[in-house]
Design a binder for this molecule. Structure first.
Ligand code: ALA
Length: 638
């Protein structure tokens, strides 16, 4: 089947079962400060999953454009992509496990209305429980699955595999239903129960895998099991039974209405209808793959490295096209930064394939056509997509030749070291593998482990995604806490204006009730000083200034004078929040005229107007000493 056929069958199937088909939300969400991209179908529905009434009712279904920045490095195997469409169906306090599991099993196995998969090729997983979160084995799902397989004449043994330490591999032979712990079978946007911020919904899930029967690769462990990374079993869908919300005291409460959040990978399901474990062989990639074959003179599948490079370009340029169609442009911040990474990685792969002239615009043009019917906005933006890719490709190819010159310069001085490779990458965008190749040609062996360690640190921090946004010492991410967080930045700057630039932050604690800051200062503040600080803070808050986040190299942030917390070791790429726009003035080209600029992971309000909603004013409640030379302020919005 084609992608369009699978999408259509799925939506029809759930429409017949009382669901309303809702449109896909954009991949770059406009109104969610906690995340850069829509990474699953449930994300735009969070308020409804938490209890708000949805105007379209309690049964919803759609195909959601999704992007997972965290998977960039995984792309290259047979099944990972950064962009994909997630087929979803949701019950908002309506049906639950005993309807959802039979429906999805019927959809997968029924040849007339669904996809006609052989049920004997399907394996399922359930939640084995999590002692620390006070949760037990999901016996209800186990019983439903046993019955469903029995009806097809298939025995369905339960095998409890627990946690990785307990040994996922033990007894993975012979079972049909596998129970795993929360690392595998608990779903929330932030992962396991202990990682969830307060207010986040989550619950146990049940995944379905298709057995492609390919030989197990022992590189991934002695025995194969459904969650093994060897690629034999491919996860095709996931039913989340979203019944909990995390409380501020880290315990879990039952949601007022229990939900189902189902997600199925459209591309993987389509590949499975073709009996293909390789998602890059489905119809939507055909024409772009042909472009690559024509341009490179190489054939997909002919060689492991060629196939890998093709997959990276196909995935990344499809994702880049969808981003560009939503007006994201390559930059060094937020979504633009991720877009730039996708494009640059593709150019490096093009180089590896031996293509040195512009390649990407033509690849992108195929996607604009393939998706024209389902997503007309990508066809409308076709010219813009091609132009932006052309510009960025030319720019990066220049960067590469500059890196090459720098490499030669370094080499004329001394042997190239891992530090050099890293600097060439961070300062010139020159890929470390290029440095290694080139070094090899000159008879120099680079310690690539040392380079990899540096790169890993760098990647972990520059990986712009939800997880990074959730960092920071906030008690929770409620609207009120977020308001206090931004007020905290404003207060620090106001203190520096009134007491002097030597004032530095020494600690912070922010809840939905108040903010607290510890800062270096040798004397008790006078009433006049406190009044002045309040006056400045309120003035800034009432100026309705935009608050923006920028990802930039640490060195650049330091040059701009961004505030850091004393004693904290910051990575090479940092996230910086500014209250007021960052732009240099003519007199001081290096100094931003933002009111405040701080190293920070967020989240923050988008505009200071959100802080004074309802006529609120900033007020210092208490100022006291906490240690020699360190003062503490508690402040509120009243
Ligand atoms: N939201 C669930 C997932 O992403 C369905 O797997």
């Amino acid at each position: 089947m084609t992608v369009s056929e699978v999408r259509k069958r799925y939506l029809e199937f759930f429409k017949k079962r009382g669901h309303t088909i809702i449109p896909s939300a954009p991949i770059v969400p406009g109104n969610d400060p906690t995340t850069l991209f829509t990474s699953s179908g449930m994300q735009p529905l969070v308020p409804y999953l938490l209890g708000k009434d949805h105007p379209e009712g309690n049964r919803l279904t759609n195909s959601q454009m999704s992007f997972r920045a965290g998977d960039i490095e995984e792309v290259g195997d047979n099944r990972h992509t950064t962009f994909f469409e997630m087929l979803g169906n949701w019950s908002l306090g309506d049906y639950f496990k005993k309807e959802q599991l039979p429906w999805i099993f019927e959809f997968l196995t029924d040849p007339a209305q669904g996809l006609g998969f052989d049920p004997a090729k399907l394996y399922v997983t359930v939640f084995d429980g999590d002692e620390s979160a006070g949760m037990e084995l999901d016996t209800e799902s186990v019983e439903i699955w046993k019955q469903l397989f029995k009806e097809k004449g298939i025995g369905a043994e339960l095998v409890r595999l627990g946690t990785e330490e307990e040994g996922y591999e033990k007894g993975s032979q012979g079972g049909r239903i596998f129970a795993y712990g929360s690392k595998k079978n608990w779903w929330s946007r932030s992962g396991v129960p202990s990682n969830m911020p307060a207010g986040e919904p989550g619950g146990p899930d049940s995944e379905i895998f298709y057995d492609f029967g390919t030989p197990h690769d022992p590189k991934w462990g002695a025995n194969c099991h459904v969650n093994c990374d060897c690629g034999r079993f491919v996860e095709i869908c996931n039913s989340v039974f979203m019944q909990y919300v995390k409380d501020p005291d880290s315990s879990f409460s039952e949601l007022p209405k229990k939900n189902v959040d189902f997600g199925g990978g459209l591309e993987r399901l389509t590949a499975t209808t073709l009996q293909e474990s390789d998602v890059f062989l489905i119809d939507v990639f055909d024409s772009a793959r042909n472009v690559l074959e024509a341009k490179t003179g190489k054939r997909y599948g002919s060689d492991e490295q060629v196939t890998r490079s093709f997959r990276i370009i196909l995935d990344h340029i499809r994702a880049a096209s969808f981003m560009l169609a939503e007006s994201v442009v390559p930059s060094n911040t937020e979504a633009g930064y991720v877009l730039r990474r996708l494009i640059r990685r593709s150019i490096r792969e093009a180089d590896r394939l031996g293509v040195t002239e512009t390649l990407l615009p033509e690849v992108a043009a195929s996607f604009s056509e393939v998706y024209a019917e389902q997503y007309p906005h990508i066809l409308e933006a076709a010219d813009k997509i091609r132009e932006e890719l052309q510009k960025e490709e030319e720019k990066f190819r220049k960067t590469l030749s500059q890196g090459l010159r720098e490499f030669e310069k370094l080499l004329s001085k001394h042997e190239v070291s891992p530090d050099d490779a890293f600097i060439l990458f961070t300062s010139y965008g020159f890929p470390v593998e290029m440095t290694e190749e080139l070094a090899k040609e000159r008879g120099i062996t680079l310690d690539m482990n040392a380079v990899a360690t540096k790169m890993k640190e760098h990647q972990d921090t520059s990986r712009a995604g939800g997880a990074q946004r959730f960092a920071g010492g906030l008690a929770d991410h409620s609207e009120q806490t977020v308001r206090y967080h931004t007020s905290h930045h404003i207060l620090l700057k106001a203190l520096q204006i009134v007491l002097g630039d030597e004032v530095k932050q020494r600690g912070s604690n922010i809840t939905a009730e108040r903010l607290r800051i510890d800062f270096s200062h040798g004397a008790k503040m006078t009433d006049e000083q406190k009044a002045k600080v309040e006056e400045i803070a309120n003035e800034v808050i009432y100026q309705d200034l935009p608050v923006t986040r920028t990802v930039m190299p640490r060195t650049e942030a330091e040059k701009l004078g961004a505030q850091m917390e004393f004693g904290v070791k910051y990575p090479d790429m940092v996230s910086v929040y500014s209250v007021g726009p960052i732009h240099a003035t003519e007199e001081n080209p290096d100094i931003p005229n933002a009111f405040s600029l701080e190293f920070c992971g967020g989240p923050h309000v988008k505009n200071t107007s959100e802080i004074h909603e309802g006529g609120k004013r900033f007020k210092i409640q208490k100022e006291e000493a906490v240690a020699a030379g360190v003062r503490r302020i508690k402040a509120v919005l009243v």
